[in-house]
Every structure is written in C-alpha cells, then in structure tokens.
Design a protein around this ligand. Structure first.
Ligand SMILES: Nc1ncnc2c1ncn2[C@@H]1O[C@H](COP(=O)(O)OP(=O)(O)O)[C@@H](O)[C@H]1O
Ligand SMILES: [Mg+2]
Length: 302
C-alpha cells in the first residue's frame, strides 16, 4: 500500500452479503445500515475520494441521497461506505414494484425536481461535457447543422443547479418516507436541461436491456419507455403551458440523441470501447432529428 493510503481503513468483505455484483461495480451489505461500494470508477484512492465528495455534496444539499461515511480500501481497489437506503428500486421489476410505468415516470420527474432545488459548483460541469460531445460529433454532421447545434448548446444559460447525471428507475428507491436517489458517481452541476437529456437517453437507450431482462416484446418496451418519459416530463414541468413544454422537449430530445451517440456522459471521459458502436448505432437518427428539429428551437429559457 502506498504512503498516500495512510489513514484509509482496509475492509475485508469475506462473508459479507453481496447486494450487487456486475461488470464494473460490487456492492456489499456492511451489516450496520451501511453498504460498501467499490468499482472500476474507484480503482484509485483519488477516484474514491471524488466519489465520496459527490455523495457528500448531494447529501448535504438535498437530504434525499445516501449519507457517505468513509473511503475504504477493498482488496486492490478503493470504495466508499455509504448509508444503506432500504426500500424497493423502481428499476427492479418490469412493473416498477407496485408502480405503473406512468407512476414510475412521475416519481422520476419528482426526484429530478427535488434534486434541482439544490445548487453546487463541484463535480462534473455538464455544460462542458455537452460542448465536448458537440465538438466530437461536428465532423459527422453537415456543417450548417453542426453550427446550429453549437449555437444551441453554447446558448444554454450557465447554471449551478445540482445535477445527478444518471437519474433512471434503477437509481430511485421508494420507501415509507418517500423517494430517495442513489448512485452519485456522476453528480455535477449545470442547466437542468442536461439532466433531462441524460434521463431521456437512458430511458430510451435502456429499452433493449429491459426487454431482455423483463421478457417484453420490443413494442411493449418502447411503449413503456414512452409512458415513463411523458409522465416524468409532465411531473417535472407541472404548471407550465403546453407550448413551453414542447419547446423544452425538442431541446431535450436533441441533447438526448447527442448523448446516445456516446452512450452517456460518463463513458465520454473514459474513452469507452463501446463509444464507436453507439456512434454507429445512433448517428443516422441524430442527423435526421437535427434536420427536422433544429429549426424549431431558438432559445431555451427555464
Ligand atoms: N445506498 C444504497 N442503498 C441501497 N442499495 C444500494 C445503495 N447503493 C447501491 N445500492 C444497490 O447496488 C446497486 C448498484 O449500485 P449503484 O450505486 O446504483 O451503482 P451502478 O449503477 O453505477 O453500478 C443499486 O442498483 C442498488 O441495488
Ligand atoms: Mg445505479
């Protein structure tokens, strides 16, 4: 262990119950109302501290996200110990627990609203992430569209709204005291439209995965995603008039399609090996959308 690890407790996870173990993340039940979470994004002590800070920022600002306790060493990796949030995850079942797709969508809209009451200047600057995506996509689209897209993104007002960056049913936990949001790896700040774009991208990109997991036909999967998304948007923008909602949703759709060309903001930094695949899969639809939708948005003011 290097000198920089001094003061970091080593934990032995032998015998602890596994809560989740997938490709790049392992979560153990630490048994005392806490979980230990270690993964590819916390290989180094520095990475784990960044994740800890993200949990800390979100918890202090919102109270709806798990409280972090400490950074620990787990084998050759590092991890964070955080509050165990009991309840059921909206992503754990095709019917979102006892929720319908529409109720699950409302929950997503509500949790995004709760999150966005808070402000921060730490973590990922989502505006910068979208500008990077726009620059990387520019060679793949006609010049005039690239220019309009650039103007659209740069024209989005600078904000310090706290953004989660990965709001989807699997990260929302429902219990008696209400809704909680977990998984703080991508916490950052910026204009809320970036969050909504990431939500949309996840909901529609996640469809094929859900179909396999939940034995839905593709048509049922897409229909459920549509219901979920529409309900989330209506809940988020409750009180707005229809015209305002439709201008905002065109902008969200463009940014979401852009996001899908890269798989999502968190893969952009990592230079993920799937990025080429996502680009190939999504660039055609993105070009078509730009042709049709760019003329409809001139200004975004929420
Ligand atoms: N604080 C928590 N309380 C309860 N369960 C959790 C908590 N954090 C993670 N989990 C469980 O572990 C799974 C993976 O953790 P998560 O933080 O969402 O990481 P990722 O989705 O990036 O792999 C979650 O879907 C959830 O089932
Ligand atoms: Mg998650």
């Amino acid at each position: 262990m290097s000198a920089s690890c001094a003061g970091v407790r080593k934990v032995d996870t032998t015998g602890l119950a596994l809560v989740c173990d997938h490709l790049d993340m392992t979560v153990w039940d630490a048994g005392d109302g806490r979980i230990i979470r270690a993964g590819d994004r916390t290989r180094s002590l520095e990475d784990a501290r960044v994740v800890f800070d993200a949990y800390d920022t979100a918890h202090r600002a919102t109270g709806i996200t798990p409280r972090p306790y400490e950074v620990v060493q787990v084998g050759d990796r590092f991890g964070v110990v955080v509050e165990w949030v009991c309840g059921f995850s909206l992503g754990a079942h095709p019917k979102f627990g006892s929720y319908t797709a529409s109720e699950a969508g409302e929950a997503l809209g509500e949790i995004a609203q709760l999150m966005h009451r808070a402000h921060a200047r730490k973590g990922c600057d989502m505006r910068a992430v979208f500008i990077t995506m726009e620059q990387r996509i520019a060679p793949h689209v006609p010049d005039d569209q690239a220019q309009c897209l650039g103007e659209l993104i740069r024209g989005i007002p600078v904000r310090d709204t706290l953004l989660h960056g990965d709001i989807h049913p699997g990260n929302v936990i429902v219990n008696r005291s209400g809704l909680r949001l977990i998984d703080m790896d991508t916490v950052g700040f910026g204009h809320p439209v970036f969050e909504l774009a990431c939500m949309n991208a996840f909901i529609f990109r996640g469809v094929p995965v859900k179909i396999e997991e939940f034995d839905m036909t593709p048509e049922e999967g897409v229909a459920a995603a549509r219901v979920l998304w529409e309900a989330a948007l209506r809940r988020y923008f409750s009180g707005w008039d229809e015209d305002e909602i439709s201008t905002a949703s065109v902008c969200i759709e463009i940014l979401a399609r852009l996001t899908r060309c890269f798989g999502g903001p968190k893969y952009l930094e990592a230079g993920d090996r799937f990025v080429d695949h996502w680009m190939q899969q999504n660039i055609g639809g993105f070009r078509a959308l730009l042709r049709e939708a760019l003329p409809q948005v001139d200004r975004l003011d929420f």
